[in-house]
Design a protein around this ligand. Structure first.
Ligand SMILES: [Fe+2]
Ligand SMILES: [Fe+2]
Length: 476
């Protein structure tokens, strides 16, 4: 039996409402992607990267539906909704993590959710079945996003929440002034309120923010290549964790370059989340080994300092694209080695990382072609050889030594490797002698030394890279 829905909604209206939904989600995710660099809190950074990806999926499905509703009239990208876009463009112009999160997660996203719920209520589930199918998914995932945000917001101090309240109030009022999410654009100028509406437009900072709990450092690179299976596990985890920089780069491109084709933003949103997933793989391993990321091992955006500082975002785009060319082959090799060493979990991380890389190579090519149409397409990656297979810095510790050291490891020593993380209890490594705090090349404490933090029996046996270090506990 066909259910008779009491509400009627013409195709023209359905198209217009979803077009505005698409624009709202697209511009909000662009703000979130750009703010990945500007948000310091680690938990907030992970939440943003995840939701940038989901939002891009939502926007893409809604966009496709708008296109098919009035095919062949293609007006989903038409320059409309000026008042709405002017408000959303101001979302990242915030002065704290709390302000930004409040504007997005306490104002815009609840409004988007309310709009989706209202659309589902007022439209016919048979006539408009394709919209219903997709918007039900959007509704459910938005609810999950808001639940996860609520957990995060509960950890924000009352003082920080109170300080963010005036900004949140302005975003709410400005969005209403623009006509809201579910309705017609008012066409009015952005709601004026001194100290809020007159802030400068957000620009990608020269260096991404890092969690205030993490110690300052100058490089993510351990002082030498790994010498043991245990070290190889840890080195891989450190490299993975530091891929935050690549996630932030993909997000920064999305914000910094306005008016590009949707497909570029869509791909880069996935790119940003993939790289954050890789960082989370490293975090999971490091926690399982007993390290506190950012305290026991450095988390440093050194690519932003070294490359971005001289050549900007575009230079980093070329660098990451170059690194990713050899990623699949190199990650396949790492996967094989870690598997042979008896660490199926690190091997699996590299396996999925490898799977992501083929997509990233395509994303990089498309972004480079869009920004530099005269640059010839890069040749396909060559077979891996030491120094040629590189992925976001992983080569620097492992490329020249990977298979060589694996062949040299006696079977008995391979037992040092511990299956870790998801299947193992936390803090299975390192041994007691490594529990003390250390930090590679810690810049804030010039007299500190990684060597001194380790007991003489330390199986890692790391050498000190400081020429003037007086540590007698270990030889260099
Ligand atoms: Fe990666
Ligand atoms: Fe990548």
């Amino acid at each position: 039996m066909i259910q008779v829905h009491p509400n009627l909604q013409e195709v023209e209206q359905a198209s217009a409402l979803q077009r505005r939904l698409y624009r709202t989600i697209r511009e909000t995710l662009r703000a979130m992607a750009g703010r990945l660099t500007g948000v310091a809190g680690w938990e907030a950074k992970k939440l943003l990267a995840h939701d940038v990806w989901l939002d891009a999926e939502h926007a893409n499905g809604i966009r496709q539906r708008v296109l098919e509703l009035r095919f062949p009239r293609v007006d989903v990208e038409v320059d409309l909704d000026h008042a709405l876009l002017a408000v959303l463009d101001h979302l990242p112009s915030t002065q704290s993590d709390a302000e930004f999160l409040a504007g997005v997660y306490r104002v815009v996203k609840p409004e988007v959710l309310a709009a989706v719920e209202r659309y589902l209520q007022q439209s016919d589930p048979l006539d408009d079945a394709p919209s219903h199918r997709w918007l039900r998914l959007v509704r459910d995932e938005l609810r999950e996003q808001l639940q996860q945000f609520a957990s995060l917001w509960a950890t924000v101090s009352p003082a920080e929440q109170a300080a963010a309240q005036p900004w949140e109030d302005w975003v709410r009022a400005a969005l209403a002034e623009a006509g809201g999410v579910f309705g017609q654009d008012s066409g009015r100028p952005r709601l004026s309120r001194p100290s809020f509406s007159d802030r400068p437009r957000y620009a990608i900072p020269p260096e991404p923010q890092r969690d205030p709990r993490w110690l300052p450092a100058v490089t993510q690179v351990p002082p030498r290549p790994p010498r043991t299976p245990q070290e190889q596990q840890i080195w891989v985890a450190i490299d993975h964790m530091n891929e935050i920089w690549a996630s932030e780069l993909a997000g920064a491109l999305v914000w910094h370059h306005r008016g590009l084709p949707w497909s570029l933003y869509y791909d880069a949103a996935r790119w940003a989340y993939d790289e954050m997933r890789h960082a989370m793989m490293g975090e999971r391993r490091l926690l399982a080994y007993g390290f506190e990321p950012g305290v026991d091992v450095p988390i440093v955006p050194d690519h932003w300092r070294g490359v971005g500082g001289r050549g900007g975002l575009e230079a980093m785009l070329f660098v990451v694209h170059g690194l990713e060319q050899g990623g699949p082959q190199w990650k396949a090799q790492l996967r094989s080695e870690l598997w042979q060493l008896g660490d199926p979990y690190s091997a699996q991380d590299c396996d999925y990382d490898w799977a992501d890389e083929s997509g990233h190579i395509r994303y990089g090519q498309e972004w480079i072609q869009a920004l530099y149409p005269d640059v010839p397409k890069a040749p396909p990656p060559r077979a891996h050889s030491p120094g040629s297979g590189r992925l976001e810095g992983l080569d620097r510790r492992t490329t020249p030594h990977g298979s060589a050291w694996l062949r040299g490891v006696p079977p008995a020593d391979r037992s040092q490797v511990r299956p870790d993380a998801a299947a193992a209890p936390p803090r299975v490594l390192p041994p007691a002698g490594l529990q003390r705090r250390h930090h590679f090349l810690r810049s804030s404490r010039p007299n500190s030394c990684l060597m001194k933090a380790f007991a003489p029996a330390d199986p890692l046996n790391l050498g000190c890279v400081r020429p003037a270090c007086a540590s007698a506990a270990h030889g260099p």
